[in-house]
Design a protein around this ligand. Structure first.
Ligand code: HEM
Length: 263
């Protein structure tokens, strides 16, 4: 048996709102796919003579699908708020590759995950850059799926604002077009789920940082040199924000002085 003795540090990475978002989102997507597939391909029994005995079965199914859709949207809106209020690992800028460091991270992770060119894992404390970009993509998919879903619901929905989604459906080319987008997007979600779950466990295996359980408890086990680098980065950021605050204070005081001198 090969044993690896490296000093590790526990770091609290995923805050509670991120973890709640993750599991509510995963649960909603899973059951939206099941109910969506049943709506798209109703079981043959519904066309049989005994179908009447099933009562409002199909109506309940559609109601469940709509309700899950609404929960998904509310959950996502809370997560958007947390992208601005949460810690460094939850923030919006993780999901858009704006820096050189992120692009390098994407390239290095592609080498490990897809091209199998490097057996060496890359240690990130939060999301690795490639994972973060795919989550950004998933967030875009959520927006498209939510809008097309609301459009499909709009003709029968008795809620405020339904008419605007009806006219949006019309301008997108009609309900049939919207239905197609909604349907094909569902397959993109299925693809995402398969790849995402595979990669989480693959990274758990190669990195040994407890990544899979981290989305339940929030903690990851990070090698000491990586943790130290992170600490230094945080210290730098703190110094910069402190300096910015001092400059703001000085500017305020200078303005006050200017006012008193002129009056
Ligand atoms: C329907 C299924 C799933 C969906 C749609 C999904 C979606 C997501 C999303 C959107 C994120 C980013 C969260 C954020 O930054 O707010 C994420 C992260 C994560 N998910 Fe999932 N997830 C699913 C299932 C799972 C499962 C079964 C596991 C197994 C443990 C898992 C483990 C993780 C982990 C560890 C992270 C954070 C680490 C990383 O950056 O990859 N997910 N997931």
């Amino acid at each position: 048996m090969i044993e690896k003795k490296v000093p590790l540090r526990e770091i609290y990475v995923w805050q509670l709102p991120v973890r709640i978002f993750h599991w509510v989102n995963a649960g909603c997507i899973f059951f939206l796919i099941i109910t969506g597939l049943l709506i798209a391909y109703p079981p043959a029994i519904l066309q049989s003579e005994g179908a009447q005995q099933l009562g409002y079965w199909f109506a309940y199914l559609r109601f469940t699908h709509y309700t899950l859709g609404v929960i998904l949207i509310v959950n996502f809106l809370v997560r958007i708020y947390w992208m601005f209020a949460g810690n460094k690992f939850a923030r919006w800028n993780n999901y858009i590759p704006l820096t050189k460091k992120q692009w390098r991270g994407i390239y290095e992770t592609l080498k490990v995950d897809i091209f199998l060119l490097s057996p060496k894992p890359i240690y990130d404390i939060g999301h690795n850059s490639l994972a973060a970009v795919t989550y950004g993509g998933l967030f875009m998919m959520l927006i498209v799926q939510a809008i097309t879903g609301l459009c499909l619901w709009s003709p029968t929905a008795e809620v405020v604002g339904a008419e605007s989604f009806e006219s949006l459906a019309f301008s997108l080319g009609g309900l049939m077009v919207v239905k197609q987008i909604h349907y094909y997007m569902m397959w993109m979600f299925i693809l995402f789920m398969i790849i995402h779950i595979y990669l989480v466990f693959y990274h758990d295996y190669i990195e040994r940082t407890g990544i899979a359980s981290s989305i339940i408890g929030g903690w990851k086990f990070i090698e000491e040199p990586v943790a130290k680098e992170y600490e230094q980065e945080l210290a730098k950021e703190n110094i910069i924000t402190q300096e910015k605050e001092i400059i703001k204070e000085l500017e305020k005081e200078a303005k006050k002085e200017e006012k008193t001198q002129s009056s």
